[in-house]
Design a protein around this ligand. Structure first.
Ligand code: MN
Ligand code: MN
Length: 467
C-alpha cells in the first residue's frame, strides 16, 4: 500500500534543504570506503613526517607510470610527471588534452602535521637523566603530548655533507621516548592553573636515557655521554651534528580502526594526510583528462605555510609556468584560469564539546566530504572567501556525481578559528575552495576520521580532475 504524500509534505520536499547524513549511504559505498581506507592506513603509518610522505608518494607515482618532470621534454596528453621540492613537497601532474591552456585543476593538501621538534642543542643531563630540549611544531595542546610513547624521525647532515636518516621507536621491539608529567598526587597547584600555564613549551622535555657510560674514569655527565655513544655507534654522529638536523618526535602508535563497527580510523597526522592520500589516489587514477590535473602535497602549513617548501613559496607557480611555456601560453594566464580544491580537514561537530560549534553550520563525522567556503577568524579575517559562482560549480559537481558532502564552518563565530592554504592559492588569482575530511580531536596525537568521509574525499578529487 503506497502512502499518499500530503500537499505540505510535497512542498516541504521541494523547497526545504535536507542535508544527507550517514543514513543515506549505500552498503556498496561503505564497502568501497572500507577497502579504500586500508591503503590510507598504510600511507598514514608510513608518513608521519613530510619527507616520508614525499618518499611514499614518489614511489607510488613511479609505480603508476609517473616520471620525474623534465622542463626540456615535450609532454603529450596522458603523460604523467612528478616534481619534488627539497624532499618535502611534491607535485604530480597528469597532462590534459588542453594542457594548461584553459588552466589547471589543482588539488592541494599538506603533509606536515603538528609534532615536537628538537632544538639545535637538544641533549642534556639532569639528575642522571638524559633529556632532549624541544620546540613544538604547529598548534598543540601540550598536555596531550605527555606520557605517550614517542618516536624520533628525521635527518642529520654531518660536517662532511653526508645525510643520515633517523627512525627510532616504531618497531615493537624498539625503544621509544616520552615526555613526563607530574603525578596527580602532587599536581594540586598545577591542576588549578589555566591550561596554557599548567604545561608550557619549555616543559616538553623528552626522556631519552638514564644509564651512565660504563668504564668511565670520571663522573661528568655520563648518562648524556652514554646516549651520545649509542647514537655515534648507530648513526656515526657527534653532538655537534644536532646543529644541522631536522629531528621530530611523533607518536609511536599506529593507525587503528575505531568503534565496534570499525567505521572510523584513529591515528596520528590525519590533518592533513587524510586529504593528501585521496588527492594522491585521484591523480594516480585520473585518465584522459581535458585539462592538466595537479595534485600538490605541500609542507609547513601547520606553521603558516612560510618557507620554500610551504604554500607561500613560488614552487608551484614556477611549475605551472613551466607547463604553460610548453603550451605556448603565459604562466599567469594559465594560473588565472585554474581552479583548485584546497584539500584540508575541518573540525567535526563533537557532542561532548557542543558549545564550541554552531550546529546548523558544522560538519559531522560520517556525513561526507566537507566544503568550507571560508575559514579564518573574527569577521572572516585571514581567509579566502570563495565566490558564490565557484561554490556553485563545486556543489553541482558533487551533486551530479552523487558524492555525499556537507558544508562546515570551523566552530562558532568569534571562538577562535584557523586557516588553510586556500588564501595563498587565491592570491595567485585562482578560484579555490576548501574541501576535505571532518576530524575529531584535531591536532591531538590521535585524531579520528570516518572511513566513508575519506572515500568521499577521494571521489570528489577524482571527479574534479575528470570533469
Ligand atoms: Mn590542515
Ligand atoms: Mn592543522
Amino acid at each position: 500500500m503506497s502512502e499518499e504524500k500530503t500537499k505540505t509534505a510535497l512542498l516541504r520536499e521541494n523547497l526545504m534543504n535536507e542535508p544527507k547524513t550517514v543514513k543515506d549511504l549505500f552498503a556498496e559505498e561503505i564497502a568501497q570506503a572500507d577497502a579504500f581506507c586500508e591503503g590510507y592506513k598504510t600511507f598514514l603509518n608510513a608518513s608521519p613526517v613530510e619527507r616520508e610522505a614525499v618518499a611514499y608518494t614518489t614511489a607510488a607515482a613511479q609505480a603508476a607510470g609517473f616520471t620525474a618532470y623534465d622542463p626540456a621534454a615535450a609532454y603529450q596528453p596522458g603523460d604523467k610527471v612528478y616534481i619534488v621540492n627539497r624532499d618535502k613537497a611534491i607535485a604530480l601532474a597528469v597532462i590534459g588534452k588542453n594542457g594548461v591552456k584553459n588552466g589547471a585543476r589543482l588539488a592541494i593538501a599538506h603533509i606536515d602535521s603538528p609534532r615536537i621538534d628538537l632544538k639545535p642543542n637538544p641533549l642534556y643531563e639532569s639528575n642522571h637523566l638524559a633529556l632532549f630540549k624541544t620546540h613544538y611544531y604547529g598548534g598543540l595542546k601540550k598536555y596531550q603530548w605527555t606520557a605517550i610513547p614517542l618516536t624520533l624521525h628525521g635527518v642529520i647532515v654531518k660536517l662532511d655533507g653526508t645525510r643520515v636518516e633517523v627512525k627510532w621507536g616504531d618497531e615493537a621491539d624498539e625503544s621509544c621516548f616520552c615526555v613526563t608529567d607530574l603525578l596527580p598526587h602532587l599536581a594540586q597547584e598545577q591542576v588549578t592553573k589555566p591550561m596554557a600555564k599548567a604545561f608550557t613549551g619549555e616543559d616538553l622535555n623528552v626522556l631519552v636515557g638514564s644509564r651512565p657510560y660504563a668504564d668511565a674514569e670520571d663522573d661528568k655527565e655520563l648518562v648524556k655521554l652514554n646516549v651520545m655513544s649509542i647514537l655515534h655507534e648507530k648513526y656515526g654522529i657527534t653532538e655537534g651534528d644536532f646543529l644541522s638536523a631536522e629531528l621530530c618526535l611523533v607518536p609511536s602508535f599506529k593507525a587503528k580502526d575505531i568503534g565496534f563497527d570499525r567505521s572510523m580510523i584513529g591515528g596520528y597526522g590525519h590533518d592533513d594526510k587524510v586529504c593528501a592520500y585521496p588527492a594522491l589516489m585521484a591523480a594516480l587514477d585520473a585518465k584522459d583528462v581535458e585539462n592538466t590535473c595537479v595534485t600538490y602535497l605541500t609542507d609547513k602549513e601547520e606553521i603558516g605555510s612560510d618557507g620554500n617548501t610551504g604554500m607561500q613559496s613560488d614552487f608551484l607557480r614556477y611549475f605551472i609556468y613551466d607547463l604553460a611555456k610548453q603550451d605556448g601560453v603565459e604562466g599567469y594566464r594559465a594560473l588565472s584560469q585554474s581552479t583548485c580544491l584546497s584539500a584540508d580537514v575541518n573540525a567535526a561537530f563533537d557532542p561532548t564539546y557542543a558549545a564550541a560549534f554552531e550546529a546548523k553550520n558544522s560538519c559531522y563525522l560520517g556525513n561526507g566530504v566537507v566544503i568550507s567556503k571560508y575559514t579564518g577568524h573574527g569577521g572572516k579575517y585571514d581567509t579566502s572567501d570563495a565566490s558564490a559562482e565557484y561554490m556553485g560549480a563545486v556543489r553541482a559537481l558533487l551533486e551530479n556525481n552523487h558524492i555525499q558532502w556537507q558544508i562546515g564552518e570551523l566552530g562558532r563565530v568569534d571562538l577562535g578559528g584557523g586557516g588553510t592554504i586556500a588564501k595563498y592559492v587565491a592570491n595567485m588569482n585562482v578560484d579555490v575552495i576548501d574541501l576535505g575530511v571532518p576530524v575529531l580531536s584535531m591536532h591531538a596525537p590521535f585524531e579520528i576520521v570516518s572511513k566513508t568521509d575519506v572515500y568521499m574525499a577521494y571521489r570528489a578529487f577524482y571527479e574534479f580532475f575528470m570533469q
